[in-house]
Design a binder for this molecule. Structure first.
Ligand code: MG
Length: 245
């Protein structure tokens, strides 16, 4: 598989610090097998920064240390559990980091397949034939309210509690993890992003930016666009194009 990968993370125009992080790991085959991940940390005293960093470090170590014989989904799942334990224990041990946590969305791309693990409200999308297909469900209060029929997706955009997560990495001793695997096609694009991007830039703009400019220029444009629309949160996007299988 040949992959084109591009990423950008930006503090945005309002927040002082950037508590988002991303990771891109080369897992072999000349960069044809990769892990990409996005984490959006939360917590006072800049603890969100600590949570997202630790989560990506633990996940990366778990994934690097294993071969795909174990099955990537299982490797990824164990990596998220390891990240959860590390963040949770550090939060217990440090008063300034009590309650910290992070979203964590990660995929391994290997031999024509995508394997995904997800916790929180960062997102993964598959762009195929010009359509934006969500690969994740937000673990958020507003997503629950939409599912229950209490509010509409439009209400959710300006909901006062739109940042409340129902699940995060590191806030509880155990974590529930969404998983998914799909077969890839040539021309597929995968986008991982934090809410600082998708909360401002509409889906069709994301599809258009990547289709018109390719992933390298596309991610730059998307972050610029989120900043032009206010940039009220940290903005992170990783985009991958499947150039050949
Ligand atoms: Mg955010």
């Amino acid at each position: 598989m040949m992959l084109r990968v591009a990423a950008r993370s930006d503090a945005g125009r309002v927040r002082e610090a950037n508590e988002d992080q991303y990771a891109i790991l080369d897992l072999g085959h000349g960069g044809g097998t990769r892990m990409i991940a996005v984490a959006d940390g939360m917590g006072g005293h800049r603890a969100g920064d600590v949570a997202s960093s630790i989560a990506l470090k633990e996940l990366s170590e778990a994934v690097r240390g294993h071969s795909c014989q174990d099955g990537w989904l299982e490797v990824l799942r164990r990596g998220v559990e390891r990240a959860n334990t590390a963040v949770f224990q550090m939060a217990l041990a440090n008063e300034h980091q009590a309650g910290m946590g992070t979203t964590l969305t990660a995929v391994v791309l290997d031999d024509g397949h995508l394997f995904l693990v997800h916790v929180g409200d960062s997102r993964a999308y598959l762009v195929r034939d010009g359509d934006m297909n969500p690969l994740t469900r937000d673990d958020s209060l507003v997503e629950e309210l939409i599912r229950l029929g209490d509010i509409t997706p439009d209400d959710a955009k300006d909901h006062p509690q739109k940042n409340v997560l129902t699940r995060a990495v590191g806030t509880r001793p155990r974590v529930n993890i969404q998983t998914l695997s799909i077969d890839l096609e040539v021309g597929d694009r995968i986008i991982l992003c934090s809410d600082g991007l998708y909360g401002l830039v509409p889906d069709d703009r994301m599809v258009a930016a990547l289709a018109r400019d390719g992933v390298e220029v596309g991610v730059e444009r998307l972050v610029d666009e989120a900043n032009q629309l206010g940039g009220h949160d940290n903005i992170t996007v990783v985009a991958v194009e499947v150039a050949s299988l």
